[in-house]
Design a protein around this ligand. Sequence first.
Ligand SMILES: *[C@@H]1O[C@H](CO)[C@@H](O)[C@H](O)[C@H]1NC(C)=O
Ligand SMILES: *[C@@H]1O[C@H](CO)[C@@H](O)[C@H](O)[C@H]1NC(C)=O
Ligand SMILES: *[C@@H]1O[C@H](CO)[C@@H](O)[C@H](O)[C@H]1NC(C)=O
Ligand SMILES: *[C@@H]1O[C@H](CO)[C@@H](O)[C@H](O)[C@H]1NC(C)=O
Ligand SMILES: *[C@@H]1O[C@H](CO)[C@@H](O)[C@H](O)[C@H]1NC(C)=O
Ligand SMILES: *[C@@H]1O[C@H](CO)[C@@H](O)[C@H](O)[C@H]1NC(C)=O
Ligand SMILES: *[C@@H]1O[C@H](CO)[C@@H](O)[C@H](O)[C@H]1NC(C)=O
Ligand SMILES: *[C@@H]1O[C@H](CO)[C@@H](O)[C@H](O)[C@H]1NC(C)=O
Ligand SMILES: *[C@@H]1O[C@H](CO)[C@@H](O)[C@H](O)[C@H]1NC(C)=O
Ligand SMILES: *[C@@H]1O[C@H](CO)[C@@H](O)[C@H](O)[C@H]1NC(C)=O
Ligand SMILES: *[C@@H]1O[C@H](CO)[C@@H](O)[C@H](O)[C@H]1NC(C)=O
Length: 589
Amino acid sequence: MLTSLSTALVAIVLLSGPAFTQRPDATDRLDWAQQPHFKRPGAHDSVTVASTSAASVVNTAPVFSMPVANTSAAVHSNSTIRTKVSPGIFFTGGSTGTGSGAAQPTGYWNNTLTYNHTRSSAVVPSRSTSVPFASLNTTQYLATNTSSSKTQASASTLRTLTKSSSSNQTVSSTSGSATSATKSGTVASSTSTADPKIPFLRGVNLGGWLVLEEWMNAELFQDTLAIDEFTFSSTSNASEALAEHWATFITQDDIADLVGTGINALRIPIGFWAFDNDNTPYHQGQDVYLEKAIGWAKQYNMTVWVDCHGSPGSQNGYSSSGRAGIINWQEGDNLNRSISVLETIAAKYGAEEYAGVVVGIELTNEPMAGGANNLGVTRQWTKDAYAAVKAKVANPNLQIIMHDAYAGIDSWIPTAQSIIGKGPKTFAMDTHLYQLYTAADNALDQPQHITKVCGWADTLSASNTVVPTYVGEWSVMTNVCVNPDNTTTSGTSCTTTGCQCQADAFGTWNAAMVAQVRKYVEAQLDVFEASSSGYFAWSLKGPGAWGFLNGVDGGIIPKPLTAREFDNQCSGSTRRAIRGSLGVAGEYW
Ligand SMILES: *[C@@H]1O[C@H](CO)[C@@H](O)[C@H](O)[C@H]1NC(C)=O
Ligand SMILES: *[C@@H]1O[C@H](CO)[C@@H](O)[C@H](O)[C@H]1NC(C)=O
Ligand SMILES: *[C@@H]1O[C@H](CO)[C@@H](O)[C@H](O)[C@H]1NC(C)=O
Ligand SMILES: *[C@@H]1O[C@H](CO)[C@@H](O)[C@H](O)[C@H]1NC(C)=O
Ligand SMILES: *[C@@H]1O[C@H](CO)[C@@H](O)[C@H](O)[C@H]1NC(C)=O
Ligand SMILES: *[C@@H]1O[C@H](CO)[C@@H](O)[C@H](O)[C@H]1NC(C)=O
Ligand SMILES: *[C@@H]1O[C@H](CO)[C@@H](O)[C@H](O)[C@H]1NC(C)=O
Ligand SMILES: *[C@@H]1O[C@H](CO)[C@@H](O)[C@H](O)[C@H]1NC(C)=O
Ligand SMILES: *[C@@H]1O[C@H](CO)[C@@H](O)[C@H](O)[C@H]1NC(C)=O
Ligand SMILES: *[C@@H]1O[C@H](CO)[C@@H](O)[C@H](O)[C@H]1NC(C)=O
Ligand SMILES: *[C@@H]1O[C@H](CO)[C@@H](O)[C@H](O)[C@H]1NC(C)=O
């Protein structure tokens, strides 16, 4: 398997030869075949590799030309709403909440009809088709043999951490040994997650950084027709734009700003292509920034999850997987290739020199359950991937984490039990708890949202008894408006004089809205503190209230995370019950 360093070396080797031959495209073949407007390129051409001087991006990818707009289709993309939908893209047909500010790709559009995300034959009788959107001319997705300039990453930037100063960092985590639940039996035995020796994780995601998401990186996508990193990668200025994005979107200063918030963990999404971009248009060089972030984490006594957010073939069809519109993860060689990439990640970040900083590797993010993905296959893959990763890691405490595939963490208990057996709990579960992506959630007022939050405690703690269970993503956002009398209603717009909606720009939120959101946030934190092994906000740098640092500044997220303005909203939940210790360096606030 190629490590990132050896990938760079391969690039160097390529630079010395005249050309390399593009191999058959295993990742994308099925996708091309399924989509009527896609044409497979014929015989593979060779790609001329030209060396250019110093730059930090390694592009070993063949160059794909950009799709052009189908000008007869309306464009569902402006500064407010940015979704461009080509046939085959999964989408809902419009944001139903304050969510991402963009349609979520959960449907399947074939230019005539809309299907649901499972790709079943059932046509979703939704408003989707009445929403204006762009249909890209997908015939333009043809691979070409355009010359591609390749540069090499400086090996010196692929720095590794020294063992000496990091290896003792987990020690303090065991000292504040867990206290058990005090009320209502919702919190499991304190021994449940006592090992491996990882502190309770209060984390934040570094989303939209090493994997682009259009809604989070609107400026970057602004003048392109790209809908995801896959298509972005083929825009004319992609390698420069990516290099600048990686260098500026999240910097050491942002991590320094987390000091004092109580954050002790960073979940860092990165795509498979950072380690293996063969026969894809993806650029490389982002692993250098993963390294930097790990160094910052170490400097500020934080821990890291390396989260393989995009798997070969796309595990969910979301742009967050790198490629919107397809789910081909379980086709062809993709599952095996996913494991191969994880082995590369594991061999590197599971090494002893990262112990105490890198505490987790996440196998994949949000694989869709059903439809193009078979959940049974996902569960078996999880066992296989766990075994493969475990075999590569030297750090005995490193946790290997799996997202619940939207199937509910309770449904994973048998799988988790079979993986963990009598061994240390180095397998962990991740569930993502949002309340703004379903019609039912978007019909709730804020007290109902909070009631629902409180209801999460039992499921979380039941799972956490068996397997360390994390809320790898949560958000401040719901789809509500607040009236001057402080009652709330669901929706994105309101008519009462003086009312305010979360859909309004974050900077305009009034005190009543800030208070409502803070209540919801504190209820979530109470439950996560009591019933999980840790939690990660989405996301450090998000637009408006999606940005963790914005939220802290705006008073909707407590600083530190354990501070409360609205105590004990959920009866029965006890803060910090499972893991007593706070932070790698202990409780310092
Ligand atoms: C362009 O979009 C229109 C409207 O959706 C559609 O009827 C037409 O088939 C599209 N053309 C192509 C080439 O996709
Ligand atoms: C963007 O689209 C939305 C929805 O169609 C519309 O309400 C808004 O006015 C548009 N904004 C701009 C700047 O065109
Ligand atoms: C979309 O799917 C429907 C139902 O299968 C089919 O009748 C229609 O021809 C398809 N349209 C296109 C453009 O493929
Ligand atoms: C999507 O299709 C699946 C499988 O047929 C079905 O169970 C599910 O209810 C559908 N979802 C929607 C929103 O139509
Ligand atoms: C789509 O792109 C192909 C290839 O460039 C071109 O031949 C075709 O005319 C385009 N179709 C439209 C509707 O723009
Ligand atoms: C393919 O590559 C060759 C050699 O670099 C070049 O002469 C030719 O123009 C390229 N063809 C296309 C369609 O770009
Ligand atoms: C690490 O821990 C060991 C055992 O507790 C101790 O002997 C050693 O001095 C520690 N090293 C550092 C760098 O703190
Ligand atoms: C290319 O990207 C760089 C970095 O974002 C930017 O400074 C430059 O203006 C871009 N060039 C073009 C032609 O868009
Ligand atoms: C990190 O932990 C060490 C050892 O506990 C402590 O001396 C140092 O001040 C901490 N640094 C930060 C930024 O909290
Ligand atoms: C994946 O790897 C396993 C073990 O090497 C092998 O048995 C299986 O055939 C491979 N599957 C595919 C689809 O290549
Ligand atoms: C509504 O809540 C805000 C913020 O807590 C508070 O300032 C205001 O007095 C409340 N209004 C009423 C009518 O209770």
